[in-house]
Design a protein around this ligand. Structure first.
Ligand code: FES
Ligand SMILES: [Fe+2]
Length: 358
């Protein structure tokens, strides 16, 4: 195979990488989609979504084959969508069912997009609709598992999704950009860190073994119960696809290498879906397996996480604007903490070559 691209030399090359369609991305929360048609732009494709009477979600090209009227401005009749301009009627599989004023129907169809619901999220396959690769769907057993309680959030990013993914691969900003929210002190910079390329993604993790700091994110009642025991907290995760970062931040309490260990699970998912090359949809979920009925803790955490993730969104927005207005050629400086981010850039190049190479 001829490589489409060799490597990215700096952030400008990185955010200029072409969009990747042969992957699953989050299209939204399942509850957003009803029998009423609604449109979203994902990877520069306008897509109309609606549910059939049986609740099945349909995703079609949001563009009537006749004169490009947006089908989201149309009507769903039974399970079909009827164009609001001249009445062309399409089935949920995109085929033309009826054209007003003529007996025959052209042998054309709207493009369809396979969708797959996991827990509260809808995933969409942006590649060839005839061959969605279900092996590439992320494994998220905690979403929808009654043993976990999940907090969710959604926002839009006025910058490249790749800047946001780079932020997720970068642990060193925790103690600086998030110093007022997540309150990692500067000792966070010195924690033992693992960064490696794994077959399933780019893995990065830091482990804090200071029991006071490690248990700081637990609700007070649990913190009290585990006080005085050794504890460690992980902070990290894995970039598994161009649109999915799977964070994992368990707190492990108890003597190492014994059976007397309690694990408090926290799975932190980040889903980035480009809208265009310079804007993105962003969803996150944080799922814990502890304190499931502590509403006050979850209400506090929801606000806390929203504030923290908003800081990332803000930083990405500012960097994107700067890159757009200042075109001075420059040589980027990379530091030790960028290892995971640089590996991720390389993985992006591999995905680009998989899709665009020949
Ligand atoms: S634009 Fe849809 S039927 Fe004419
Ligand atoms: Fe962050």
């Amino acid at each position: 195979m001829t490589a489409y691209i060799d490597r990215v030399k700096n952030v400008r090359d990185y955010i200029a990488l072409p969009l990747l369609y042969d992957h699953w991305y989050v299209a939204g929360l399942g509850e957003e989609f009803t029998h009423q048609p609604s449109a979203k732009t994902l990877l520069e494709r306008s897509i109309v979504f609606y549910r059939t009477q049986s609740g099945e979600l349909t995703a079609l090209q949001n563009r009537c084959l006749h004169r490009s009227f947006p089908l989201a401005e149309s009507t769903v009749v039974d399970d079909d969508i009827v164009c609001g301009y001249h009445g062309a009627r399409y089935g949920p599989d995109g085929t033309i069912v009826r054209i007003p004023c003529q007996a025959n129907t052209p042998n054309r169809a709207l493009r369809t997009y396979p969708v797959h619901e996991i827990g509260p999220f809808v995933f969409i396959w942006m590649g060839d609709p005839a061959s969605p690769d279900t092996d590439k769907l992320p494994d998220l057993p905690f979403l929808g598992d009654p043993g976990y309680r999940s907090m969710l959030g959604a926002t839009d990013v006025a910058g490249s999704y790749l800047l946001m993914l780079e932020n997720l691969n970068d642990l060193t900003h925790f103690a600086y950009l998030h110093r007022e929210t997540f309150r990692f002190d500067h000792s966070f910079f010195d924690l033992p860190t693992t960064v490696e390329q794994r077959p399933e993604g780019i893995y990065c993790n830091r482990i804090d073994t200071d029991p006071r700091r490690a248990t700081g994110a637990l609700p007070p009642a649990i913190r009290e119960r585990v006080r005085g025991r050794p504890a460690e907290r992980w902070d990290g995760g894995m970039a598994v696809s161009p649109g999915v970062f799977q964070g994992y931040a368990p707190i492990i309490v108890g003597e190492p290498d014994t059976d007397d260990r309690e694990v408090f699970e926290t799975h932190i998912m980040h889903f980035l879906t480009p809208e265009t090359a310079t804007s993105a949809h962003y969803w996150w979920s944080v799922s814990n397996d502890f304190a499931l009925d502590d509403d006050a803790f979850y209400a506090f955490m929801q606000g806390h996480l929203e504030k923290g993730f908003e800081e990332d969104r803000w930083a990405v927005d500012k960097m994107q604007r700067l890159l757009e207005v200042d075109t001075t050629p420059f040589k980027e400086m990379s530091v030790q903490g960028d290892k995971a981010g640089l590996l991720f850039r390389r993985r992006m190049v591999d995905w680009v070559n998989d899709e665009y190479g020949n």
